[in-house]
Write a protein that binds this ligand. Structure first.
Ligand SMILES: Cc1cc2nc3c(=O)[nH]c(=O)nc-3n(C[C@H](O)[C@H](O)[C@H](O)COP(=O)(O)OP(=O)(O)OC[C@H]3O[C@@H](n4cnc5c(N)ncnc54)[C@H](O)[C@@H]3O)c2cc1C
Length: 320
């Protein structure tokens, strides 16, 4: 009987670790950085998660594209990471390759021209927002305090205070099936509330362009400052977390439901429902991914039992 694998089986990965490492190094350009058994708690804001077999900080598009083609053609599982601010990496880590876009020398560039801002997937949303504000371009103020990358922001359609990246999107550059760059217009990106085309297709985002409006830099900066102050006042930024744990259920607020269910301060191991903002699960100290996931499930069950509302996780779960 034959068995089909969508990705390389575990024994293949274990027996070929050195070969895969050498193959990746051969495809890397001078900017790419490749490590083995990389602890993932260093790369996500929740500060949990076991090791990734291979961790590649992407270099230029050609070398990155070649590595992705290599992984695809050898059925080696891979995933893309931005700033790790919306993920829980499980305690046994990630099998296969993690391609990190953050700090990629090439894929973090930013350019502003004629009211269109371009940023590479590895650029921080906060950096782009601040640079545009200083240059007198408005629109991205809401994103100034979101701790993610442009790639992660577009993938998630990150938003806050009534704005979302999808509202400003002009186009997205992706790595096509053939491993080369392709540009798709915003109208084909299906940007909705925490929902995008990219969640369904798994396409790799290389960069995005946003349409902005001209305004006075000091006015834009003042708006950003105010929003960041609101964030600091309301959110438990002093603890590791992944921001709002759940999506906003239609007609409700997740944090309010959790608070009304009496779950503020409720904990499993080192994971806790924040006392400051019940919509955040925080790592109070020494939490494991299993603690966080068990807590999330308990919260979902208790809120459903009390209010009949199913809370859907916004945070993505990676690894095994
Ligand atoms: C304190 C705090 C506050 C937050 N506040 C907000 C908020 O106000 N609004 C909000 O929307 N979010 C918020 N978040 C959540 C998070 O910052 C956003 O979802 C952000 O968009 C995630 O970006 P990232 O680069 O960290 O993505 P990651 O967490 O690294 O990845 C998230 C998902 O995107 C995929 N991905 C990442 N990059 C790419 C790419 N280049 N191509 C394809 N797929 C990719 C990953 O595979 C993963 O599935 C907050 C988080 C924290 C910790």
């Amino acid at each position: 009987m034959t068995q089909e694998f969508t990705a390389a089986p575990r024994w293949y990965l274990v027996n070929n670790m050195d070969k895969i490492f050498e193959d990746l190094k051969a495809l890397a350009d001078e900017y790419a950085v490749i490590t083995k058994d990389e602890p993932m708690n260093r790369h996500c804001t929740f500060k949990v998660g076991g090791p990734a077999d291979y961790f590649v900080t992407a270099g230029d598009v050609e070398s990155f594209g070649a590595m992705v083609r290599y992984a695809r053609s050898n059925n080696i599982p891979y995933l893309i990471l931005g700033n790790g601010s919306n993920v829980i990496v499980k305690d046994k880590g990630i099998r296969g390759i993690v391609f990190s876009m953050l700090n990629s020398e090439i894929l973090s560039g930013r350019v502003l021209f004629d009211g269109l801002a371009y940023a590479g997937a590895g650029a921080k949303m906060s950096t782009l927002a601040l640079e545009c504000a200083n240059a007198g371009y408005s629109g991205l103020e809401f994103s100034g305090g979101i701790p993610g990358s442009i790639g992660g922001g577009v993938y998630m359609n990150a938003g806050a205070y009534g704005g979302a990246l999808g509202d400003l999107l002009y186009s997205v550059q992706i790595l096509g099936e053939d491993g080369f760059m392709k540009e798709i217009p915003a109208s084909e990106c299906h940007m909705a509330y925490r929902d995008t085309r990219f969640m369904k297709t798994g396409e790799i985002i290389l960069g995005a362009k946003f349409k902005l409006k001209e305004d006075e830099p000091q006015d834009i900066l003042a708006r950003m400052k105010e929003l960041n102050e609101q964030r600091r006042a309301k959110q438990p930024l002093e603890y590791p977390s992944a921001g709002s744990t759940f999506k906003r259920p239609e007609g409700y607020f997740a944090g309010k439901l959790i608070e009304d269910a009496g779950l503020k301060g409720f904990s499993v191991g080192g994971a806790e429902v924040s006392e400051k903002h019940a919509g955040f699960v925080i790592n109070k100290g020494g939490a494991t991914a299993s603690d966080i996931l068990a807590l999330i499930e308990e919260v979902q069950e208790k809120v459903y039992a009390k209010f009949g509302v199913r809370l859907e996780r916004e945070v993505r779960v990676l690894g095994e």
